[in-house]
Ligand binder design. Sequence first.
Ligand SMILES: CC(=O)N[C@H]1[C@@H](OP(=O)(O)OP(=O)(O)OC[C@H]2O[C@@H](n3ccc(=O)[nH]c3=O)[C@H](O)[C@@H]2O)O[C@H](CO)[C@@H](O)[C@@H]1O
Ligand SMILES: C=C(OP(=O)(O)O)C(=O)O
Length: 418
Amino acid sequence: MMERIIVKGNNKLKGSVKISSAKNSVLPIIAASLLCHEKCIIDDVPDLDDVKVMCSVLDSLGANISMDIKKGTIEVRDGALKLLEPPYELVKKMRASFLVLGPLLAKYGKARISMPGGCNIGSRPIDLHLKGFNLLGAEINLGHGYVEAECKKLKGNKIYLDFPSVGATENIMMAAVLAEGETVIENAAEEPEIVDLANFLNRMGANILGAGTDTIRIQGVKELKGTVHQPIPDRIEAGTYMVAAAITKSDLIIENVIVEHVRSIIAKLEECGVKVLEVPGGVRVIGAESPKPVDIKTLPYPGFPTDMQAQFMSYLCTVPGTSIITETVFENRFMHVNELKRMGANIKIDGRSAVVEGVERLSGAVVHATDLRAGACLVLAGLVADGITVIEDIHHLDRGYVDIVGKMRSIGADITRE
Ligand SMILES: CC(=O)N[C@H]1[C@@H](OP(=O)(O)OP(=O)(O)OC[C@H]2O[C@@H](n3ccc(=O)[nH]c3=O)[C@H](O)[C@@H]2O)O[C@H](CO)[C@@H](O)[C@@H]1O
Ligand SMILES: C=C(OP(=O)(O)O)C(=O)O
């Protein structure tokens, strides 16, 4: 029998909850530790399935990697690899595995990796990653579902991204740190996780300027050394608990939040009438008794994150009036709509927009998580639904939320896993 999450609606939440380190920072940082032979230590790593998969990818290549879940540290050392081809079985589990391509190419001049393919939120091509590697001088061959990349020595170049892709910016940045000369990434992604990765690389001895803006300049260096790193807090996990406070009309403290990273989420909550106060190390969120509808458009950072779209939709399903949510980052990220409708939500999809009419009450139902954030949106809806919500396919949640059941229980939610 598959595990399920059971939520009983109607409890107010209270107290405080601590946010873990950012999954989307830790994954590229683990990949980046392949770039040197010395020991890299990553502290406070979140206990997530995706992090374990990334460790297995490095392990499969022959890197000496260990994860101490209790202490929350990962150590990677002596990356004398025996293999430059991560196994398909691991790559297909998680798209972020593709981020080892940049480091492998830079350090070993060669790699072979299966194409990650589509997933529930869109087709997710990798053309921008490959265009970048190509401009750095790599020869790329595609065939039989694999990408083969090879180069003698990468050479810096100017790379314009047609879209500020997070993964392409990271992959190209990791390849360029060991290339000869200067690389300039234009229209680069500006997400905080890009800055965290650049800080990690710079501490290893790389020379990267401009991470966090749309132009990143990388001067190649000969080699990198080991370092110790503490990743940034997870802004999407923080946003999810902020919405938990809003949807249940509760007063919650959310600890370990960099407020700057959640500005767009705060702006939208405040537009609804929710109070968000800055407190030392985090935020206090006080739900609105009579919230107002809002329109939301997902955009690359600093715009509203697509990874918060589903969770915010759950909230807006309970806010009287009409809200319009437009998804511009992924072409198919409304899989949660049908599940929310099973819980009594009134949502109509019109192209890349969802028109949400707030309903008086959601009703508990058996629903299934179609992807990670869809799973979170169902937990949030379950917190206020009439009766019992049963969420299936919760392995998606284990990819990206540290102990969501334990954390929600600790603030008063009636939620169990069985
Ligand atoms: C592990 C990780 O960090 N995942 C995040 C990362 O995913 P990921 O790095 O995959 O997302 P991207 O920023 O690359 O994708 C954004 C858009 O660009 C398109 N695209 C991307 C690459 C490419 O070569 N060609 C192309 O067309 C994608 O199809 C998508 O429509 O950023 C997304 C956007 O903030 C988040 O939702 C994910 O949680
Ligand atoms: C879409 C996400 O992750 P990934 O890019 O790993 O699929 C996410 O974190 O919401």
